[in-house]
Design a protein around this ligand. Structure first.
Ligand SMILES: Nc1ncnc2c1ncn2[C@@H]1O[C@H](COP(=O)(O)OP(=O)(O)OP(=O)(O)O)[C@@H](O)[C@H]1O
Ligand SMILES: [Mg+2]
Length: 348
């Protein structure tokens, strides 16, 4: 053995072994850091990001009840029906299906307002929660000819959302402006099943979710019935859900739009048809008083009367109900206050 062999070979072997050891050590450290990082992320991710856990989904129905009792005027049937339905669904751990409610009524009677309150009570992040999904019939699904595309899209969104969180809420606003047939794609999600399998074989749990439809369909039937009952001397507070439920379902089913001759209704997957009654002057006055107060002003009789004069009441001959409910009242109030301030400045 010459000198090269006896010195260089062991040196080469040593260098090789050290470098392997070094690599292994590096891998080890990187691996450990990675696992630690993942552990820390997994442990604390819900402290900073919304997760599908109780902390982010308190579903505080007592809070909702208080909100509805103090902020929603003239909708005693809707208030009771909604609270009871939510309590029942929430309290039943083996709920046989998703909760499905359909809100009907004339404009400005509180349908979206109530949906916002439900979102606030259910989710820590309210309507901003990633588990709260809002679709507008007119804007999200504008074209009848694209109905098949929309169906596919909607099915994917709902499947993915329910896989991410069972306690998702889906709201479909302006259902009457939706393409006919679109809602049929929802039937498997709304039907009597705790879960179903998607086309890709994924298990989709659906019985903890809530679906809410909003529309003006059935409104004329609601107004007509309310007027008839009023003519017979029945008080608004004595009216019951049964006075309206059937006729709304029939009205919705036969009016043009998303519900028109729809499987969603035919298969009876809608649990509650909720009437939102047209608002009378006394209710609108409460909305006005609130709008003035929120702007830091205490309204006098004259201011309330002026605001009321901008609203239309109908239908003939009794003109009992505000045609736009409490909608856009803030703008009227702002206008009156602005004019008052301008007058004060002019007199200074
Ligand atoms: N019953 C009510 N009690 C108190 N405030 C109400 C009521 N209804 C409506 N409002 C007020 O009017 C605003 C508009 O109402 P909302 O958007 O809920 O009407 P809507 O029933 O959804 O009408 P549309 O059918 O036109 O969509 C609400 O944000 C709320 O401030
Ligand atoms: Mg609305």
């Amino acid at each position: 053995m010459n000198l090269t062999d006896s010195v260089l070979v062991p040196l080469l072997i040593f260098t090789f072994l050290s470098s392997v050891q070094c690599e292994l050590l590096t891998f080890g450290i990187v691996g450990l850091a990675g696992s630690l990082g993942y552990y820390v992320y997994d442990r604390y991710k819900c402290d900073y990001n919304e997760c599908c856990i109780h902390e982010y989904i308190p579903a505080d129905l007592d809070r909702l009840e208080t909100m509805l009792s103090t902020k929603l005027f003239g909708q005693q049937i809707a208030r009771e029906t909604i609270i009871n339905a939510l309590k029942d669904h929430r309290g039943n751990h083996d709920s046989p299906k998703a909760l499905v409610m359909s809100f009907h009524g004339t404009p400005g009677t509180g349908k979206n307002y109530v949906v916002q309150m439900i979102a606030q009570a259910y989710y820590k992040n309210g309507v901003q929660s990633k588990y709260f999904h809002f679709f507008n019939g007119r804007n999200t699904f504008p074209l009848q000819r694209k109905v098949d595309e929309y169906k596919e899209e909607l099915q994917k969104i709902i499947t993915a959302s329910l896989i991410e969180c069972k306690e998702s809420i889906f709201v479909f606003d302006e259902v009457d402006k939706m393409p006919e047939g679109l809602l049929n794609v929802l039937v498997p999600f709304l039907d009597y099943n705790t879960y179903h399998k998607s086309s890709k074989g994924e298990i989709v749990h659906q019985n903890k979710s809530i679906f809410i439809f909003l529309s003006n369909t059935g409104s004329s039937q609601i107004v007509q019935t309310l007027t008839n009952l009023w003519e017979r001397g029945k008080k608004r507070d004595d009216m019951r859900l049964q006075d309206f439920e059937k006729l709304i379902a029939d009205g919705a089913f036969n009016e043009k739009g998303g519900f028109y001759h729809s499987d969603t209704i035919q298969t009876s997957v809608i649990d509650h048809y909720v009437p939102f009654l047209p608002l009378e002057e006394r209710h609108v006055k409460k909305c006005l008083a609130r709008a003035f107060t929120e702007r830091g002003s205490v309204p006098n009789q004259e201011m309330i009367e002026e605001a009321l004069s901008h609203l239309t009441f109908g239908p003939e001959p009794y003109n009992l109900y505000s045609m736009a409910g409490c909608k856009r009242i803030e703008q009227k109030v702002a206008m009156i206050l602005y004019r008052k301030q301008s007058e004060l400045k002019a007199n200074d």
